[in-house]
Design a binder for this molecule. Structure first.
Ligand SMILES: [Zn+2]
Ligand SMILES: [Zn+2]
Length: 255
């Protein structure tokens, strides 16, 4: 078995649909496990696949839209009920840290009662951790479209949204998360072996041109609204052997 792999647990967009779970991407390296995003249905998806969630070491959230974050409280409750004893790190955009701590306690998910140590880290752009996964958060402008509402309503939101660059075992994965455009991600794709690209807010023609120019970069297209969108993308990228359309349960060996 390969030393490292990526498993797609949720490839749906923010428009829930029957066939797919919302964003959740698991990276494994030997015994170390990091989950990128934890949208609706991700916890149940792990269980359906017979995966022991107690092994999870780390969760990183790209931004706080519900399709990326809504299963977190359930995940914590499950870890408690299933008897997790090893610590777990949660990396959340800094703007969400305190609200999250209050929200889970309001749901009677109270980490102080549990046998495992839940370590919550609010993060800003930059390096989050270095071992065994080197993870860097790259700010993007996906949430900037909310600026006028944030100002008008006097909300505390900082519109923090991140793409994540993960290096493990000599392989670099860039997970776009939601972005405002593909153009803002491109400068961060140097030395990228695998691009996990959420397609809801990108210009597909631009991605196609890029994919054709970098045949050595493996690209997985995800965050799909239903099977029609998946089939359409499949037709669009036909012939580009480095591009795949995500399916829930898809496993990509990383070497
Ligand atoms: Zn999304
Ligand atoms: Zn989003």
């Amino acid at each position: 078995m390969a030393r490292s792999s990526l498993t797609i647990h949720g490839s749906a967009s923010g428009m829930p649909n029957g066939g797919r779970v919302c964003s959740g991407y698991l990276i494994e390296h030997h015994d170390a496990l990091t989950l990128l995003d934890c949208g609706s249905g991700v916890a149940a998806s792990f269980l359906r696949k017979g995966f022991d969630l107690r092994r999870l070491d780390c969760v990183v959230i790209s931004h706080t839209h519900p399709d990326h974050v809504s299963d977190l409280p359930l995940l914590i409750q499950y870890l408690h009920l299933a008897g997790k004893s090893s610590p777990i790190d949660f990396y959340l955009p800094r703007e969400f840290e305190t609200i999250f701590e209050q929200m889970i306690r309001a749901m009677y998910v109270i980490p102080e009662r549990y046998a495992f140590d839940l370590r919550v880290h609010g993060y800003e752009p930059g390096v989050l951790c270095e071992q065994p996964f080197a993870i860097e958060a790259i700010g993007n402008s996906h949430l900037k479209s909310y600026e006028s509402d944030v100002r008008r309503l006097g909300l505390p939101n900082r519109m923090q949204s991140f793409s994540l660059r993960v290096t493990v075992g000599g392989v670099t994965i860039v997970y776009s998360g939601d972005v405002a455009s593909f153009g803002e991600l491109k400068p961060h794709l140097d030395e990228c072996h695998l691009l996990l690209l959420e397609t809801s807010h990108v210009d597909i023609a631009e991605v196609k041109e890029y994919a054709a120019g970098y045949p050595g970069m493996r690209i997985v297209l995800t965050h799909l609204t239903g099977e029609d969108a998946a089939s359409r993308l499949g037709r669009e990228f036909e012939g580009l052997r480095n591009v795949q359309i995500a399916e829930d349960g898809m496993r990509v060996e990383l070497g």
